[in-house]
Design a binder for this molecule. Structure first.
Ligand code: KG4
Ligand code: ZN
Length: 364
């Protein structure tokens, strides 16, 4: 095993990001030498969500700036890195094309080899980068486009044991924020408003808890929130207290569903790896930044004999360091991948039992 330095580039949604990470794939745990993230929130705010064409143009304008800044902050020259890792999917096609073109240009000019990275694998391997978590571990990936329980065995070796059958949790947070006029980014706005709310005031459903397995659903919960809102509006309007209580109720329901299904996923993990001992339970993706959810999952992991691994907030949302680290592990394993943009790109090797789609591609 040897220490490698990798430049990572991420542009699959609305963050233009580049980072330099150094580490030994065999040992796990890396050093983040730089982690530059330009968000595009201001550009999309007026539209209430990410506009793909605007995102693609902004990526094309900012990628080279992000890369230059990442190399400068890391005090590393392009020729000194061992590989350039770039997100090839899943995500918005325009952003993926911009990221791949940037990486190819850098590679042509420097001779540094390229590594194609699945964005979801970037999230899934983050606990290795931050905590050196040993394989195998259980991962709950919760973001704006995805909700996945994965058994993580190694780079390119992920088994899906649960997913959403409709909305992703971040998507539900974003839609609830929109229906309550809280603006974007939805998740953090809902969380902030919910702080003063009473989570028990409105009776909201915990979908699919009555069914076996680890699949989740958020569309019915979202509809229930809409019905409460409509009812309140019909009866004279919503006060700040109403909005806070509704946000708190929605957030608690989301936590209960994810905690309940995580308990089942832990039982499945134990059945597959009976000798794993004190294994890791890691969470990642933007929704993993939610404090109430983190608290619920951390307590559950401790109760069930798992090591909870909760990456720092800025490594939960999209960033270049996670792509650099996944690239570093793939490069060490000789898994270069295909430099072709893939708006839909399953991270797990087992086939889907159904075809579910969402605003950012298949939730797989
Ligand atoms: O992983 P991510 O940065 O982007 C992808 O979807 O790949 O996740 C973004 C999602 C958004 O839906 C956002 O509303 C949600 O994560 N999110 C949160 C919080 N912070 C971000 N949801 C709930 N609570 C938060 N604090
Ligand atoms: Zn993401």
């Amino acid at each position: 095993m040897r220490v490698a330095t990798v430049l990572g580039i991420e542009s699959s949604c609305d963050e233009t990001a580049a980072a330099v990470v150094r580490g030994d794939a065999g040992a796990g745990r890396g050093e983040i030498l730089s982690n530059v993230v330009f968000d595009q929130m201001d550009l999309h705010a007026a539209y209430g969500g990410v506009v793909p064409e605007i995102a693609a143009r902004a990526h094309a304008e900012k990628l080279d700036v992000a890369v230059a800044q990442a190399l400068e902050e890391a005090e590393v020259s392009l020729r000194a890195v061992d590989a350039i890792a770039v997100t090839v999917g899943p995500g918005l096609i325009g952003g993926l094309v911009a990221g791949i073109a940037c990486a190819q240009g850098l590679s042509l000019g420097s001779g540094v080899p390229l590594v194609a990275v699945n964005h979801l694998e970037g999230h899934a391997l983050t606990p290795r980068l931050t905590d050196g978590l040993a394989y195998p571990y259980l991962m709950l990936l919760v973001s704006g486009g995805h909700c996945l329980f994965l058994l993580v065995r190694g780079p390119g070796q992920h088994e899906r044991i649960g997913t959403t059958i409709d909305d992703a949790p971040g998507e539900a947070f974003d839609k609830v924020a929109k229906m309550l006029d809280l603006g974007i980014p939805g998740g953090p706005r809902v969380e902030a408003v919910a702080k003063d709310g009473d989570p028990k005031r409105f009776a909201l459903p915990r979908p699919l808890m009555d069914r076996p397995g680890c699949d989740v659903s958020f569309s019915g919960l979202k509809t229930a929130v809409r019905m409460v809102r409509d009812d309140l509006v019909t009866k004279g309007g919503m006060s700040d207290r109403d909005i806070a209580d509704l946000c708190a109720g929605f957030q608690a329901a989301t936590r209960d569903v994810l905690v309940g299904k995580s308990r089942r996923a832990m039982a499945q993990f134990r059945a597959v790896f009976p000798d794993a001992g004190q294994a890791g339970f890691a969470i990642a993706g933007g929704v993993a930044a939610n404090g109430i959810l983190r608290g619920g999952l951390e307590t559950l992991a401790q109760d069930e004999g798992f090591d909870p691994v909760l990456p720092p907030l800025k490594l939960c949302t999209d960033n270049g360091a996670m792509i650099a680290w996944a690239g570093l592990e793939r490069h060490a394993a000789g898994l270069t991948g295909d430099l072709v943009p893939k708006p839909r790109f399953p991270v797990a090797s087992n086939p889907m039992s159904g075809v579910w789609t969402g605003k950012r591609g298949a939730k797989v």
